[in-house]
Design a protein. Structure first.
Length: 315
């Protein structure tokens, strides 16, 4: 194989997987800088109070700008590097997509509610109060928008773009099934690593978040769409932090519908990182995997890897 062939797939008329991923990262970094630095700089000059502190408002602003950059970056990389349509990254939105999205939303809320009720029954958390009024309403709306953006752009980047490219690249060596399994594992480890610098993160929390990546990836590789993982990601975070007051991957949002005082063994509850780092969170992820498989079997009549995840439909 000559030098050109190591970086260029002549049959597909596009760069090979490692080059595509690197190019995608570069494009994303450039777009993120162009879309986030100027407005944040102007707002800082104007001393806009929203930028102060680490509350939901500040996170919503920076995450919103980053989310827009992620969508634009993936669109550009898909069009000019991958030769793929944006819809091929898991956004084949139709009636079935929205039904699966609704299932994902319900599943995330139910899983986190189960963790809350189990900890309450075991005496590991104490409800200290419930918040109400305009302040809570604004916090709820801001949190909903925040987690909506996070759910969309993290799934687009980690599952829609990265997992898809890894599966396509490994298909020749491992076959479709093996390539998708490899892509799930690799993209999930990246997902965990991206949370390794969060407050109160540990090796255990990083590995646990990686397994959460497996749970989220299942809905994508079994359906070819990001509907289930996006819905699950949104309500998992929303119910965890804004509803029940747990830390969300180590982050304390500062406002929740239910006020709690955490107790119990950290190995089970996740301690200051939140349920995702504990045995209860891990158990909920296992249930989430099984529920996703059961839903796909019920909805579509069979379980199997969606081959489009590893077989590109090039423009």
């Amino acid at each position: 194989m000559n030098l050109k062939a190591t970086v260029w797939n002549a049959k597909e008329g596009r760069p090979r997987t490692p080059v595509r991923i690197v190019a995608g990262v570069v494009i994303l970094a450039i777009v993120t800088g162009l879309l986030t630095i100027p407005p944040l700089f102007v707002l800082s000059l104007l001393e806009v109070g929203l930028l102060a502190g680490a509350g939901v408002g500040a996170m919503l602003l920076s995450t919103g700008l980053g989310g827009v950059a992620a969508v634009v970056g993936v669109w550009l990389a898909g069009r000019y590097v991958d030769r793929r349509r944006f819809a091929d990254f898991g956004f084949g939105v139709d009636r079935a997509w929205w039904i699966d999205f609704g299932f994902g939303l319900a599943l995330g809320g139910l899983l986190m509610t189960g963790i809350f009720l189990l900890e309450l029954a075991l005496g590991w958390i104490e409800v200290t109060g419930a918040f109400a009024g305009e302040a809570l309403l604004s916090a709820l709306v801001a949190s909903l928008l925040l987690f909506l953006i996070v759910g969309v752009y993290e799934e687009l980047l980690l599952r829609g773009y990265l997992l898809t490219n890894l599966a396509e690249g490994a298909r020749g060596l491992l076959g479709i099934g093996g390539a998708v399994a490899f892509a799930i594992l690799a993209s999930s480890l990246v997902f965990g690593a991206l949370h390794a610098s969060n407050p109160n993160a540990t090796l255990v929390s990083t590995l646990s978040i990686s397994f959460a990546g497996v749970m989220l990836a299942l809905g994508y590789v079994l359906t070819g769409d990001l509907a289930i993982p996006i819905g699950l990601h949104i309500t998992w975070n929303l119910f965890q932090g804004t509803v029940y007051g747990f830390p969300v991957s180590g982050l304390d949002l500062g406002a929740s519908l239910v006020g709690i005082e955490q107790g119990g063994p950290a190995v089970a509850t996740g301690g200051s990182f939140g349920p995702e780092a504990g045995l209860l969170g891990f158990g909920a992820m296992v249930v989430g995997c099984l529920a996703t498989v059961a839903w796909v079997r019920w909805r579509y009549g069979a379980i199997g890897v969606e081959e489009d995840v590893a077989l590109p439909d090039l423009r």
